[in-house]
Write a protein that binds this ligand. Structure first.
Ligand code: AHM
Ligand code: MG
Length: 358
């Protein structure tokens, strides 16, 4: 008979002591200060939202009214899926009772959602994309949720949330939940990047990898090449380069949480450049690009708009979009080198033209 201890050791690997998420956060901060307890409680709430969403997704094909569109168009001009609304509401209801969060801002809501009863004590804002990769929802493919936590600055009495219009360096925690074959939660509180896997039998996220480091270079390039005709020449040149160079492999899943998770583990680059139809690209800065940039920087990678570090971009509005180049340091730098080369050529051509007598 196999004894229980042996089964546990096989399941979690030797030396694994089932570190839960909340314990991990407290260990990271090495104290039980009020801030450490807040962050631990906040991460616990995010984990709870992830578990509720994962549970619904795991049975979506068997339930009425879970899949498909609502018929509404959101603030982004995109058709809303029933799962988008459900997941957005899950985060609201989970944080309503937390006492810690006074304001939530998400892809699905034009204005932040205020929780006045938490405001005297709730010092944090949660920014989130409840369902990343919505187009995958009805096909039973990977999805994600993205989150960032910021300290509330000022009173926000006029309800404009203007204190959120600051750079990504103001984030105090960020991460994502990946709904794949298993549900994973990857987070950083500015002390490295750590991943947890949901053990459904325990109902707990258990530590699976600590201090994840992204390779400086990797084989993966992840981009929707269907937009090739709409890109700037620099991106087309980069793609032509990888097409004719040995050692690259294309991977694009339609949900960037999954795509960026692959890049985090294997190395490479994920891109969403501006297009003719959307010159700033598709991805939103505050609750998509900036949280992922925070995480990838913590893992030793980089995230850039092509001209600026993502974490340095100061948004002018809540739902601002930004081009995104994110992943391994060397691969992000390679894409940027194509952008710089094109900018140099353009300025040389302009100088040349200005020298030609009219
Ligand atoms: P969403 O949050 O509305 O789903 O949009 C974000 C998603 C990303 O996860 C993904 O990389 C991208 O949109 C896919 O867009 P496209 O279909 O244009 O390639
Ligand atoms: Mg999204």
């Amino acid at each position: 008979m196999v004894d229980a201890q042996q089964t546990d050791a096989q399941e979690y690997g030797l030396d694994r002591d089932c570190t839960t998420l909340s314990r991990h956060v407290l260990q990271q901060l090495q104290n039980f200060s009020a801030e450490a307890q807040d962050l631990s409680a906040l991460m616990n709430r995010i984990a709870l939202a992830g578990k509720i969403i994962a549970r619904r997704l795991s049975r979506a094909g068997l339930m009425e009214g879970v899949l498909g569109f609502t018929g509404d168009i959101n603030v982004q001009g995109e058709s809303v899926k029933k799962m988008d609304v459900y997941a957005n509401d899950v985060f609201i209801s989970v944080f309503k009772q937390s006492g810690l969060v006074c304001r939530l801002a998400s892809e699905e809501m034009e204005k932040p959602y205020y929780i006045p009863e938490n405001c005297p004590i709730g010092r944090y804002t949660l920014l989130y994309d409840p369902i990343d990769g919505s187009s995958n929802t009805d096909n039973n493919l990977s999805l994600g949720s993205i989150f960032a936590i910021r300290q509330q600055e000022g009173e926000d009495v006029d309800g404009t949330a203007s204190d959120l219009l600051q750079s990504g360096r103001k984030q105090i925690a960020a991460g994502y939940i990946l709904y794949g074959p298993s549900t994973m939660l990857v987070y950083s509180i500015g002390k490295g990047v750590h991943s947890f896997t949901l053990d459904p039998s325990l109902g707990e996220f258990i530590l699976s990898d600590e201090n994840i480091q992204i390779p400086n270079h990797g084989p993966v390039y992840s981009v929707n090449e269907g937009n090739f005709w709409q890109w700037d020449d620099s991106f087309r040149e980069y793609i032509r380069y990888v097409h004719r160079t040995e050692g690259y492999t294309a991977r694009y899943g339609g949900a960037m949480v999954g795509d960026i998770h692959r890049v985090l583990v294997q190395g490479g680059v994920f891109l969403y450049p501006g297009t003719i139809k959307q010159p700033e690209g598709k991805l939103r800065l505050l609750y998509e690009s900036a949280p992922l940039a925070f995480l990838i920087e913590q893992a030793g990678g980089r995230a850039s708009t092509g001209n600026q570090e993502i974490l340095d971009v100061v948004p002018e509005k809540l739902h601002q979009r930004t081009p995104l180049i994110i992943g391994s340091k060397d691969d992000v730098a390679l894409v940027e080198s194509f952008i710089q080369k094109q900018a140099k050529e353009q300025s040389e051509n302009m100088m040349e033209r200005s020298r030609v007598p009219q």
